[in-house]
Design a protein around this ligand. Structure first.
Ligand SMILES: Cc1cc2nc3c(=O)[nH]c(=O)nc-3n(C[C@H](O)[C@H](O)[C@H](O)COP(=O)(O)OP(=O)(O)OC[C@H]3O[C@@H](n4cnc5c(N)ncnc54)[C@H](O)[C@@H]3O)c2cc1C
Length: 495
């Protein structure tokens, strides 16, 4: 008997009825639940609510992907996100495979006032893509990237990772700005802004966004662009996940030779002042092709170091000429700049920042990389293998946009300094967090704001950080999400 027919028999029907929520028929995986008639959920404002089993079954029947509850073999894996510090147990995980699935999950949650998390790549430092007792609208299995070679557009599903985008585009001799760790999700990354090694030439990732498909709180699947619903299109370019779940991003691509002049120069940390003083004077005149900025980290063999990453997006001979003064500084322990595949750079931090690490991060957008900043960088240095700082070099095409052109406001930043701590033992949580906070506090006076995507404590400063864009963001939030269903983000209060 074939499987479909089997499921229609009385015996199978009674087995199905005894399974708490959904059957194992068709393409769905079996789903288990903990209660007979309902399970516990939590409302948007934190009150306990009951979620009827029959309604969950209906949701599962409507979706092409499974609804996963506690007890399902995929539950434990699906509730884990990148930062091992977040150990949350959602009531249900709606694993979406299409925009329609996302709409079903959003409708289900909205109708019940159920706390809603949207998960893309799961890289949220503060753990905004997971929740206790709510629903996770899980896009992590929507990873397809289709390339329109003629028009140089990457149609990228809302749960794809940056590695999926890079791989698909590079295979066609094309690229767009993507961040520095390939297992970061396109969804949260793009809606927050999107910094990467090519941003000085091509701008932020949002500057390459031509349009997007988004499921809003009313369950509508909309396409937004400069022509269609331009306010919403403006809002999702920096406003994070506040406005709905983006199911597709259409990115402008650029012709690109993936053999790129790039690598690292590394000096013992004792030479940090010399290197940083030089950098502070030199970085203002960089070409748009050159992306380079300091990191202060612990190297597995060399110990505490200052390192300078170099990516030259142009003629290697020209790149060699431009970075010659940097290479002449001090006595590098390693000088490994060469023509190599762009993917070497795009994946070199993947293992160090692997899933499961316990981590805390803050950042400071620096208006001017001044000598006073150099003093504070050197004086506040924390020689601990769990702590490090990295930088994202801005300027160039990032500054071609004004503060209000997209909802991401910090266009006049020269450099973003990222303060990062990482450890594995839960007993080190407090010390790990505090080290990051202390280092950040020592440099905060140089900051003109922060990048929400790499900020653990952004929630309390949302209005100030969005600056002139905040009133408009609140109006758009009120128009598209008046009930504030999408609140697990740096939340914009509906006007
Ligand atoms: C190791 C590491 C490296 C990083 N490197 C960079 C970098 O080089 N450049 C940079 O700019 N940032 C970087 N980031 C920060 C990164 O941009 C944010 O963590 C971002 O939120 C990750 O997106 P995600 O989809 O993986 O996150 P998730 O944890 O899935 O989601 C984060 C937030 O975005 C929302 N969201 C996710 N997907 C969608 C969607 N499809 N539609 C609407 N909302 C959505 C979620 O609801 C949540 O509020 C890095 C982060 C980590 C952990």
């Amino acid at each position: 008997m074939d499987r479909r027919k089997f499921c229609k028999t009385t015996l199978a029907a009674s087995i199905a009825a005894s399974m708490p929520v959904l059957t194992a028929c068709g393409k769905k995986a079996p789903v288990a639940t903990v209660a007979d008639t309902s399970i516990k959920g939590v409302s948007l404002d934190g009150a306990e609510i009951e979620l009827e089993k029959a309604a969950i079954r209906e949701l599962g029947d409507a979706m092409s992907g499974p609804v996963i509850l506690s007890g399902h073999p995929d539950y434990e894996g699906s509730r884990k996100i990148w930062n091992g510090m977040h150990d949350k147990r959602p009531a249900l995980i709606a694993r979406c495979l299409s925009s329609e699935d996302v709409a079903h999950a959003v409708n289900f949650a909205r109708d019940r006032g159920l706390l809603t998390a949207v998960r893309g790549g799961g890289h949220s430092w503060p753990g905004k893509s997971i929740c206790d007792d709510g629903i996770v609208v899980d896009l992590s299995h929507m990873t397809n990237v289709e390339i329109d070679v003629d028009n140089k557009i990457a149609m990228t599903a809302g749960g794809a990772l940056l590695g999926h985008l890079d791989d698909a585009a590079l295979a066609q001799g094309l690229v767009t700005t993507a961040g520095v760790v390939s297992h970061t999700g396109v969804g949260g990354y793009t809606t927050g802004g999107g910094f990467g090694r090519l941003n000085r030439k091509y701008g932020l990732t949002i500057d390459n966004l031509l349009g997007a498909e988004i499921v809003t709180a009313d369950g509508q699947v909309r396409y937004v662009s400069a022509e269609q619903e331009p306010d919403l299109f403006w809002a999702i370019r920096g406003g994070g996940g506040n406005f709905g779940a983006v199911t597709r991003f259409d990115f402008q691509l650029h012709d690109f030779d993936r053999d790129i002049y790039s690598g690292m120069i590394v000096w013992p940390v004792e030479q940090a002042r010399e290197v940083l003083e030089f950098y502070a004077d030199w970085q203002g005149g960089l070409s748009r092709e050159l992306y380079t900025g300091p990191a202060m980290i612990t190297h597995p063999e060399l110990g505490h170091v200052i390192a300078m990453e170099v990516v030259y997006n142009g003629d290697p001979a020209q790149g060699e000429k431009e970075i010659a003064p940097l290479r002449a500084i001090g006595k590098p322990a390693v000088d490994a700049i060469m023509v190599q595949d762009y993917k070497v750079m795009q994946t070199q931090e993947d293992a160090m920042l692997a899933h499961g690490i316990r981590s805390y991060a803050k950042n400071a957008m620096i208006g001017e990389f001044s000598q006073a900043l150099v003093d504070d960088l050197v004086d506040s240095y924390i020689a601990d293998p769990r702590a490090g700082i990295f930088t994202h070099t801005c300027g160039g095409a990032v500054a071609d946009y004004g503060a209000t052109d997209t909802s991401f406001p910090h266009r006049d930043t020269q450099t973003m300094i990222v303060f990062f701590t990482g450890w594995m033992d839960p007993a080190e949580d407090d010390v790990g967090k505090q080290m990051c906070r202390d280092w950040h506090a020592a440099l905060e006076r140089h900051s003109i704001g922060y990048y929400d995507n790499i900020e653990q404590d952004g929630d309390t400063r949302v209005a100030r950080n969005f600056g002139p864009n905040y009133p408009r963001l609140r109006e758009i939030k009120a128009a598209y999400d008046p009930g504030n269903q999408f609140r697990l983000n740096s939340n914009i209060e509906p006007a």
